[in-house]
Write a protein that binds this ligand. Sequence first.
Ligand code: ADP
Ligand code: MG
Length: 404
Amino acid sequence: MADPTAGIESLGDLTGKRVLVRSDLNVPLDGTTIADDGRIRASVPTIRQLSEAGARVVVTAHLGRPKGEPDPAYSLEPVAARLSELLGRPVAFATDTVGASASETVAGLQDGDVALLENVRFNDGETSKDDEVRGAFADQLAQLADAFVSDGFGVVHRKQASVYDVALRLPSAMGGLVAAEVDVLRRLTEEPERPYVVVLGGSKVSDKLGVIDNLIDKADKLLIGGGMVFTFLKAQGHEVGKSLLEADQLDTCTRYLREAADRGVEIVLPTDVVVDTAFPSGDREPQPSVVPASEIPADALGLDIGPESAAAFAAALADARTVFWNGPMGVFETDAFAGGTRAVAEALTKVDGLSVVGGGDSAAAVRQLGFDEAAFGHISTGGGASLEFLEGKELPGIAVLERG
Ligand code: ADP
Ligand code: MG
């Protein structure tokens, strides 16, 4: 069999061939309006490449978490329309996944045409833990195509029918998006250029334990902000008021601080914090104030790193040659608490080397704050998948393509 890691060229001449592409089109929707089309745009190059190669392109993807049966709230139809705009060509939409509409739609494709199948999670075979149930669904998907291209990086950590099982049934290859993601993540884990700085934030320490574990002995500096920082501050003996705190992770944070010290990895925590007396909500204007990280009032909660910390984080990033950033520094969704995230994003755009943004909310933050995506070395489309890769776990959707 052809070398799947060589990309879609390994599939040979695709003229007239039906190619099933697993893309990640899981975009946030406001009703039927696409709130952020980043993932659709990221999926376009591979789809266009296949179309230009003369393939009959059948795109499969999921949206949200429907319960294994059709649910109009999770229809991919609005996505088909946006995909068509971005491709600049019609996209035929099948109103089911492997049923009559899918067969008819695929049968109607001419060379170079593109179709999108309805939400693959409308079928309970997609995410079933039962290999046979999943396999039976993968058989049906495989009947729609002559070859398979895996291009949904956001799902390659899932052992699901359209990600894993279908690759066992068809000649398969990595799409350019997955290949690019894997290449960048390897550069972060295998001999990164130094200094290597890792910036972690977001809501929970417990979500990021595996990454901290795996990167603590690879990075030179670890900058910590976001909601997770309060468990670290508490572990250092500071009071954190009403801030997000994972009491069951205090010992783990203490251990990380000690391990880092032992290994000469510098952990940088904020020295000041932006607080308010309530979590931002539509009901009241934010009343932000800046306090030292060691003096968070009992009735306040930390919602961003302060300006002094933001400057220190930016300075710590200034000479980095490799940066991985996951997790916003604050509740960036509210402008009053977006300063730290903005400062870190800004610093990343100036890195002379490889700068990588991973994580769904972090990528959304970069876009929401108006940064030019091209200013970053790489913005990962797959939050969970990039984290699992950096934790050192095997990703089923990659392993299945790389098997000998
Ligand atoms: P990613 O998706 O990039 O991996 P996470 O999902 O871990 O990031 O975290 C993103 C969320 O963390 C954002 O919605 C943000 O509002 C929240 N967050 C950041 N700082 C804080 C904080 N100090 N307190 C509570 N939530 C926070
Ligand atoms: Mg998230």
